[in-house]
Design a protein around this ligand. Structure first.
Ligand SMILES: O=C(CO)[C@@H](O)[C@H](O)COP(=O)(O)O
Length: 235
């Protein structure tokens, strides 16, 4: 079973992580199995506290239960205020990657350090209105940067193409950084994300509501692999 030691980041290869937000949450274990069996590389688990975002989902007790049924790499997207308070709980629940929002804490450096000390990998997320340069001072210390391509809080929203310059700016500066995009990503928008330089692709509605999630995951992977190959040839 994958625990907090389960490393996956660092190679800047294509990874597809379905978001379970719009899945059947009453059958989380079978949804997790279904998505991993369809070729997902990891699961993106959206934690919302009703304060940082106007929606609520679940916390570490649910993650701990899910861990009993899944070996998947758990990417925790912590849409919560004061993320520090949930580090230990998520680590004990079996989370692998703890991604907090830069807007959610006054102590970004301390939060990064605490996540690392817990043994989990660490990501920093940026809401759409947050400029990308605020994350630059921390990039060398984290495993991944998440560029939100919708306002966090709900699945099924429209992809914000105007977030792509942030991805491009990060990719131009950090060739081997894992860059994740999240929100409205599917077969009709993946080209923009892939060409901008994203390599970790969160896709919720487009995958979980599809009649053929395997095919959607394959399409997303194909576009990202193609863009990575092209970028490597151009270097
Ligand atoms: O974090 C969020 C929303 O806050 C995302 O993970 C979305 O839930 C992704 O779902 P789609 O936009 O792909 O439906």
């Amino acid at each position: 079973m994958a625990g907090v030691e389960g490393g996956m980041l660092g190679s800047c290869s294509c990874k597809i992580g379905p978001s379970i937000l719009n899945a059947d949450l009453s059958n989380l274990a079978s949804e997790a199995r279904r998505l991993m069996d369809c070729g997902a590389d990891y699961l993106h688990l959206d934690v919302m506290d009703g304060h940082f975002v106007p929606n609520m989902t679940f916390g570490h007790p649910v993650v701990k239960s899910l861990r009993q049924h899944s070996d998947a790499f758990f990417d925790m997207h912590m849409m919560v205020n004061r993320p520090e308070q949930w580090i230990e709980g998520m680590r004990d629940a079996g989370a692998n990657l703890f991604t907090f929002h830069i807007e959610a804490t006054d102590d970004v450096t301390g939060c990064i350090r605490k996540v690392k000390e817990s043994g989990m990998q660490v990501g920093i997320g940026l809401k759409p209105k947050t400029p990308v340069d605020v994350v630059f001072p921390y990039v060398e210390d984290v495993d991944m940067v998440l560029v939100m391509t919708v306002e966090p809080g709900f699945g099924g929203q429209k992809f914000m193409a105007d977030m792509m310059p942030k991805v491009q700016a990060l990719r131009a500066k950090y060739k081997s950084l894992d860059i994740e995009v999240d929100g409205g990503v599917g077969p009709s928008t993946i080209d923009m994300a892939a060409e901008a330089g994203a390599n970790m692709i969160v896709s919720g509605t487009a995958v979980v509501r599809s009649d053929n999630p395997r095919d959607v995951i394959g399409q997303l992977r194909g576009k990202v692999d193609e863009a990575i190959q092209k970028a490597n040839l151009e270097r």
